[in-house]
Design a protein around this ligand. Structure first.
Ligand code: ARG
Length: 465
């Protein structure tokens, strides 16, 4: 406690303690307490640097190390917690360390660092750990999508553009189309880790430290690759947090897009899928209801993730160099984004793993809406008809079908010939869903060999490390 009755890490130049209203506003310990173990690890690295530079004797260093280990244990078991009078996690832990190591030795630790370089480091080490958790969860979903694609090989379904029937595709191809964006999200996360893995420790409040502490030593102790290059940038920037939140938001958006389809597919009108009882909910008033709540929550939570990201960006906009207290506002949103995805992903993956496809219906609808018309046009091109004419001839064929309530393959040879002499009976070879899919064997197409290639590639990618 300082003379003004507060245990803030500042105060000697102030005549009175902080007003209660200021203390209430300033306080962050109720949310930054989750960084406590990261702060202790940072302090362990810092005392090593203090010792190496000659500011702590071997005995002092050892005693502090033991004390910090004891503090870590007390924090983990909950016997040491933050008090309302602690301003933030740093103040609370200094109080805890002094309780164990005594005021004299505990009071030496703060030399050569500021809460500004401290917090900038902690948030990185915390997010790096969380990025591993989220990567695992995303890999689980990719693996489930690949499993479902493999188990449904050969099933055709309507492929859509503008939400209208366009061309038949393989269900597996569609499922994998949801896996690839997630694969890229993981690649983004891995790229981000390189930028996040630099240590701001040593930047001090803004200009660096005079004590000659080794920032490399601290970085390596923390499992980071090295120190940041500019102390002002290190303490003032939060692009590392913003980029992380962007990746989480994009994951949320990718889940949300898939969710929209799942919600539609589960409706009576579509009837493409049945959700497992374990991953759907009922209605309190309508006994017959089975609701796709997981997909709806995923869709809803993507809005929340976007809010967290844009909130941080708005906080950063217009901040002059270097540290400003506004930066404290980075934490709650990013913690919320982490919590949101960590609770959402397992439920979402479970829903995808257990939903049942109505294969007969998917196959039945695959050719609906004249979805083989492009195949007719491209067949004509192979017969040397210019595509412009091929498009027009096929359009006439579709119009004839519509007027006579026929499917493309049901048109008689004579009627075809009347539309165009180029439409010979051989065109029937391409008028099947399986033929259409087989023919789309170009790079990234829906043909079986291309789908199998994707399965192999994604399996290789998603092996857990
Ligand atoms: N709670 C602060 C934050 O999150 C820690 C750094 C405080 N620095 C300061 N100069 N008051 O940004």
């Amino acid at each position: 406690m300082s003379e003004n009755g507060s245990n803030a890490l500042w105060g000697s130049r102030f005549d009175g303690g902080p007003a209660d209203s200021l203390a209430a506003l300033s306080r962050s310990v109720h949310f930054d307490w989750r960084l406590a173990q990261y702060d202790i690890k940072g302090t362990l690295a810092h005392i090593k640097a203090l010792h190496a530079a000659g500011y702590l004797t071997v005995a002092e260093h050892q005693k502090l190390e033991k004390s910090l280990e004891e503090l870590s244990r007390r924090v983990a078991e909950g016997s040491f917690t933050a008090k309302p009078s602690d301003e933030d996690v740093h103040s609370a832990l200094e109080r805890g360390l002094i309780e164990i190591a005594g005021a004299e030795l505990g009071g030496k630790v703060r030399a050569g660092r500021s809460r500004n370089d401290q917090i900038a480091t902690l948030i990185r080490t915390y997010l790096l750990d969380q990025s591993n958790v989220i990567e695992e969860l995303v890999l689980d979903l990719i693996n489930v999508l690949v499993d479902r694609a493999e188990e449904n090989l050969g099933v055709a379904m309507p492929g859509r553009t503008h939400f209208q029937h366009a061309q038949p595709v393989m269900l597996s191809h569609h499922l994998l189309a949801h896996a690839w964006p997630l694969q890229r999200d993981i690649e983004r996360m891995r790229e981000w880790r390189k930028r996040a893995s630099l240590s701001p420790y040593g930047a001090g409040a803004l200009a660096g430290s005079t004590l000659g502490l080794d920032p490399n030593l601290v970085a390596l102790e923390l499992g980071l690759t090295g120190p940041t290059q500019n102390s002002m940038d290190a303490t003032a920037s939060r692009d590392v947090v913003a980029e992380f939140e962007f990746i989480l938001t994009l994951i949320g958006i990718n889940l949300s897009r898939f969710s929209e389809e799942i919600i539609i597919w589960a409706s009576a009108e579509f009837d493409y899928i049945k959700l497992s009882d374990s991953f759907s909910t009922g209605s309190s008033i309508m006994p017959q209801k089975k609701n796709p709540d997981i997909a709806e929550l995923a869709r809803g939570k993507s809005g929340r993730l976007i809010g967290n990201l844009t909130g941080l960006l708005a906080t950063l906009k217009g901040l002059p160099l270097s540290y400003n207290r506004d930066l404290q506002e980075d934490k709650e949103p990013v913690f919320d984004s982490v919590d949101t995805l960590t609770v959402l992903m397992p439920a979402f993956t479970g829903m995808v793993a257990t939903l049942v496809f109505n294969k007969n219906r998917l196959e039945l609808l695959a050719p609906a809406g004249f979805s083989l018309a492009t195949d007719v046009a491209e067949w004509l091109v192979k017969q040397k008809v210019p595509f412009r004419d091929a498009h027009e001839i096929t359009g006439k064929l579709v119009s004839f079908c519509e007027k006579n309530s026929l499917q493309l393959h049901e048109v008689a040879d004579a009627d075809m010939a009347a539309i165009s002499p180029k439409l010979t009976p051989e065109v029937r070879d391409v008028l099947s869903v399986s033929g259409s899919i087989r023919a789309r064997a170009g790079a990234g197409g829906t043909a079986l060999p291309r789908v199998l290639e994707q399965i192999t590639a994604l399996r290789k990618f998603s092996v857990k490390r």
